[in-house]
Design a protein around this ligand. Sequence first.
Ligand SMILES: [Zn+2]
Length: 273
Amino acid sequence: MSIACKDTFLLNPDLNPTFDAESKALFKTVKNQDENVKAELAVAQNLALRVAELIAYTYKCQYQSIVGMTAKEIRAVILDKYTSVTLEALLAFCNEYGIPIGHFAEFPTKVKKFFGMVTQSKGHPVIMVSLCDLSPSRLSFIIAHELGHIALGHLEDGLIISEQNLGMLDQLDDDESAANEFAAELILGQPDRVYYFPHYMTAEALSESAMEKSRRDRVIEKNSNAPQQINRYLSKSLDWDSLSNDYREYLALALGLDIAEIIEESRNCLPVS
Ligand SMILES: [Zn+2]
C-alpha cells in the first residue's frame, strides 16, 4: 500500500483519512538503483509529493506549456528582462509560465533525502527543490535541470522524476544527461561549457579567477538564502484563503513561511468595501 493520501482528504478536513492503494505515482530514480535505496527514498519523496499537491491546488497562475521549447529559447526569454539567468530570473520565468517552484526539506531526520523532483499536479508541472543549500547557484541548477525534463517532454502522466545526485555521471541515463545539458545551456549559454583551473592555486587566486570568469560569462548570483527566496516568491502566487486554517498552517510550516505574515498580507489584499 502506498502512503499517498487522496487529494480529497488532504484538502477537506471533514473527511476521514483514506489511503490510495492504487497510487499511480511512479518515481523515476537513477539507473541501477538498489531496491533498498528506493524504499528508503520513498518516505521523503511521498512527503514532498503531498506538499507539491497542496501547492498546485492553491497556485493561482495559468500553465502555459513549455514542452518543445529549447534551452536557447527559454534563455532568450529570460535575457530579454534580466542580464543573466539567475535564481530570481528562473523564478520569474516559471511564474510567468505557471510552473510553481517550492523548497521543501522538512523530513524526519533519519530518512534518505533527495535533491529535487518534478511532478504533474492539477494541470501544472510542479518543481520541488529539497537540497538543503543556501547557494542560489546550486538550487538554480536543480531548477534548470527540472525545466529541462519538462521542456524535453520527459514528464509523462503519473511519473514523478526525482533526483538523487545530478553529478554522478556513471548513474545517469539519457534523460538525465539531456536534462543536465539543458540546464547548462540555459544557465551558461552552452551545453558543454567547462571551466579549467590550474592544479596549484592559492584559495585567493582561485576565488579571484572564478569571480573574473563569472563576470565575463554573466553568471554571478547575489548571496541569498535561496530556499527562503524560492518560498517567499512562491507565496505571492498562492491563494492562501482557499485552504482551511489547518492546511494553511501546515503548508506555511512545510515551506518555512511565517503564517502571521501570510494572514496579514491576505488581509491587506482584501477589496475595500
Ligand atoms: Zn533529472
